[in-house]
Design a protein. Structure first.
Length: 326
């Protein structure tokens, strides 16, 4: 190869490099703003009040009658999308999927700009998880788990067993049977096959992250925190000093609520603990607290007073900077 040819080839590569890099950056931006699943398992386990895609946070504004809003992660451009009471919010691409709390929990989707509201199902849909082209959910009164296409077609009963609280991870749905049958942990394939019994504990709150199932076992003290492997092995107590509810797993931390009866009302503590059961930390306390959702470094939660007045708050995951969500 001649020296002149090598110089020319090098020159052409230098010219093409910015175009190649620009293309890669463009592709990466598209990928980062187009989720493969609509929300985290932990947020969905706690009513799915908040979901993030790209530079936007989509949320049910409890302080504005649960209406559906979006806001940039820097706190600017707060936008009302519609006046439905949106729960189990999932965002994928150009669409938001949710259950309307005030509308018999019917399943809807709407564009991320607030247009084209579309009814997908009349079912009383809860625990909604949108993954790819499928929506998974349970019907509370029916104790059955269904899936439906994101265009509203192919509604399918996955298994005729009385199951609910579905958590979809990979090719499996983790769930519990109904209260009359023991509230035990099961898993089945996302096509409804291979229903498998995992654990005999009576479960109150169920969450699954990676290879672990986190749950609260119902007992006379109402809630010891456990984890087991997704194959049902390695049952481990994580925390048992007081009742534990509303489990949210994020990274190496479990966020949850301690509830204690104090005279005529309940007192709550928002806590976190390592997934190995160490470093128990109290982040906040108050009256009735519930529905822990996390986006980035912020924990979102509800708090009610003795008069049933609700406020929507957020606080940093280190327990600082408590704010009302507007």
């Amino acid at each position: 190869m001649s020296k002149d040819y090598r110089k020319k080839s090098k020159f052409v590569c230098l010219l093409l490099l910015p175009l190649i890099c620009g293309s890669l950056l463009c592709c990466r931006t598209i990928d980062s703003s187009d989720n493969k699943r609509g929300n985290t398992t932990s947020n969905i386990a706690n009513f799915g009040l908040v979901s993030k895609q790209g530079d936007w946070i989509y949320y049910s504004n409890i302080n504005e009658d649960r209406e559906l809003y979006k806001i940039r992660i820097d706190g600017t451009e707060k936008t009302l999308l519609n006046d439905d009471a949106a729960y189990y919010i999932n965002v994928i691409g150009d669409w938001i999927y949710y259950s309307d709390f005030y509308g018999d929990n019917k399943l809807y989707k709407i564009r991320i700009d607030g247009t084209e509201k579309t009814l997908l199902s009349d079912d009383y849909a809860i625990r909604i998880s949108v993954i790819g082209d499928w929506i998974y959910y349970s019907i509370e009164d029916d104790y059955r788990i269904y899936k439906i296409r994101t265009d509203g077609t192919k509604r399918t009963l996955l298994n005729d067993s009385p199951l609910w609280q579905p958590v979809v991870v990979g090719d499996w749905i983790y769930c519990i049977n109904n209260y009359d049958s023991g509230n035990n942990i099961y898993k089945m394939r996302t096509d409804g096959t291979e229903l498998t019994y995992l654990n005999e504990d009576s479960v109150l709150f169920l969450n699954v992250v990676d290879d672990w199932i986190y749950y609260t076992k119902e007992n006379k003290d109402h809630g010891v925190l456990y984890k087991i492997r997704t194959d049902g092995s390695e049952r481990t107590i994580l925390y048992e000093n007081s009742p534990s509810v509303d489990i949210h797993v994020e990274g190496n931390w479990i966020y949850f609520l301690n509830e204690n009866r104090h005279y005529e009302h309940w007192e709550y503590k928002l806590c976190k603990i390592r997934t190995d059961g160490s470093e128990y930390t109290v982040l906040a306390d108050g009256e009735f607290m519930w529905q822990i959702n996390i986006v980035g470094d912020w924990i979102y939660f509800l708090q009610e007073d003795v008069y049933d007045n609700e406020e929507f708050y957020k606080i940093h995951t280190d327990g600082t900077d408590l704010q009302i969500v507007g």
